[in-house]
Design a protein around this ligand. Structure first.
Ligand code: SF4
Length: 193
């Protein structure tokens, strides 16, 4: 369901995976995740539900505002993502307040299996270390480099595997190259963990 995925992704912005998952769980337990309910919910109540996530005050405002705009502009449904060509759907999503390219791509990939590879913090770091994307590439350059390397039917798997590598072996400040399963093909491999 695209709206749930959108809200989950907004909560994950600049927040660790575990805490954003918990915030979404708390929010889901307190409210039905629909634009109508969240646009009309008390901002303080949303804040309380998502407090575990970073920037919860800003995110509460962002969620209410986003919900209201989806109600006003799209009658509360993001069904256009299922019918429009992917670039057009992407443009409409990015036009929503607080929705950037990564959030739009997550919604498109996970809800419609559109041929896009979202570049989150793990995908960004790991793909550059592996030499799959330009070191100084911006979001679009990294996305394009990855999409050119793989078949569209592989995009979801590539996205998930790069995230998994980034969580388990190739963290931002700690890299476990010795045990990393792709160390023989990695130009950034270090010999000490
Ligand atoms: S070998 Fe090291 S730098 Fe390369 S992907 Fe694995 S953990 Fe990251």
């Amino acid at each position: 369901m695209p709206f749930r995925t959108l809200i989950r992704t907004v909560l994950s912005q600049a927040t660790a995976d575990v805490t954003s998952d918990r915030a979404f769980q708390n929010l889901s337990e307190r409210f039905p995740i629909t634009p109508t309910v969240l646009a009309n919910a008390d901002a303080k109540e949303i804040e309380e539900a998502i407090r575990v996530a970073g920037l919860y005050r800003n995110k509460s405002k962002a969620i209410k505002n986003l919900s209201q705009v989806i109600l006003d502009q799209f009658d509360g449904a993001l069904d256009f993502i299922y019918t429009l060509p992917v670039e057009e759907a992407r443009r409409k999503l990015v036009g929503l307040p607080g929705v950037g390219a990564k959030t739009a791509d997550v919604v498109l990939l996970f809800c419609t299996e559109s041929p896009v590879i979202p570049v989150d913090t793990h995908v960004n770091r790991v793909s550059r270390r592996l030499g799959l994307a330009p070191l100084d590439g911006n979001y679009e350059e990294i996305r394009e480099a990855l999409q050119n390397l793989y078949q569209p039917k592989e995009y979801l798997l590539v996205h998930l595997l790069l995230i998994s590598l980034g969580r388990k072996y190739c963290m931002a400040r700690r890299i476990l190259c010795r045990s990393c399963p792709v160390n023989t093909m990695c130009p950034s491999r270090k010999n000490s963990d």
